[in-house]
Design a protein around this ligand. Sequence first.
Ligand SMILES: *[C@@H]1O[C@H](CO)[C@@H](O)[C@H](O)[C@H]1NC(C)=O
Ligand SMILES: *[C@@H]1O[C@H](CO)[C@@H](O)[C@H](O)[C@H]1NC(C)=O
Length: 461
Amino acid sequence: MKAFTLGLLAAAAASASPLEARQSQSTAVLDLAVKRGAPQQLASGVLYGTPDTPNQIPDHFYTGPKLKYFRAGGAQLFGNGQRGWHWNEYPARFQSTLSNYRTARKYGGEFQLLLHDIWGTDTINSTTAWPGDNGNWNSYEAFLDRLIADIKANDMVPGLKIDIWNEPDFPWFWTRSTEQWLELWKRTYAKFRADPQLRQLPIIGPSLASRPTFDNPWWTKFMDFIVRDNVAPDQYTFHMLGDSTDRINDLETVVRTMDQFYSQTGAPRRSYSVNEYINAGDERQNSANAWHIARLERYDASGLRANWLSEWELHDFLAELVYRPNAQSEYQPNGAWQLYNYYGQEMTGTRLASTGSTDGVLDIFGTLSDDGVVRILTGVRARTGTWEIEVRNLSALGFPASGEITIQTWGFDDVGLRGVSHGPSDRGQHTHAYSDGVLRFPIFQTAEDMKTAWAFEFSRP
Ligand SMILES: *[C@@H]1O[C@H](CO)[C@@H](O)[C@H](O)[C@H]1NC(C)=O
Ligand SMILES: *[C@@H]1O[C@H](CO)[C@@H](O)[C@H](O)[C@H]1NC(C)=O
């Protein structure tokens, strides 16, 4: 039924609308003439989601999507003896972190270590002493000494990055001033840089909950501080968890804002990691996930799926990619896993340049495989409506100036975290006429397919 509807509409639209010369508000463009290097699956990362028991989730669930960015610190272990450093209960959280690090390394991954989790911001009470309270840093310095000794003793250096403090602008993770956080940043930075064995470890941040803007004192003070004290991170980290209709919550906007920050403050340019993407509300579905994948690829930022599960579920299910109802069952892939598996396994060869629709709602990621197949992964940021994809410079692949192209469509149906998906649904082949080396075809994001992400495939002649 879905395939029929899409096919009918696609065919009708293709024959009814002659090609227009200009890009509309709602058109995303793929340029076959501009190549952007081999795909690295930059969006294949997960916040938490790795079980603390090694090998609990079978390998292919990691290797299919080529998961390679991981981030953890033993969060939400609430039992006695597990509550973190400030309870004098450090070892359990460090052991969880170490286990997750080893899993990341098993797959050749990068591991972003979350200090605030091992310290234990999720188990505070009104009398907890935070790092630097009343100018006293002794406990925090001892915490860093212990952590550094354990990193070295367990040979955790390869692939490790130090994420100094998660979301200090959000009261679950920090309840003190901006200045006290900046002092913590400086001390942590100095401690790692002073260690002969660890001074090469990348330090990343600021991992603020809010997006960079010039009216946000966490950001403005941070950018000034890292220049003044010469403590810039080796990679800037952002969280993309806000309202999906607000362009502030968009990597495209963030990248432009950072350009302004560099010119105003003299802060050094660095690579980006969006180490939490997908908001807790309307973005926990395939179409919005594909939109984020396209954004991350365009701006060459690594991305880690946010994790909205709690307690033991936070330490399982690869940030909502797989599920099993109980420990006796086999893990099953859901629709999001199938989407990332396609991204990991099929989108090989060379990345192609693209732009998203100017309304910011549709985005595309395209690749050209070594055997000449163009693949376009696309998603709408949690909205219904009609958009369009334009493929330019067909002559770059040897197509004549005008003709017809047959496109295979795959639907990545969203079945929810706890659903099972056996693969994308075959939405059929549709033939589109094109001219002047430009092909256009519509995307119908109907209510029925609101959460569905799409892949389109065609071969060079
Ligand atoms: C509050 O947390 C501290 C650890 O930060 C702990 O030592 C203390 O017992 C806790 N107080 C209560 C009432 O639970
Ligand atoms: C690609 O297409 C655009 C727009 O049609 C055109 O301006 C550009 O010159 C083309 N690039 C190449 C390399 O043919």
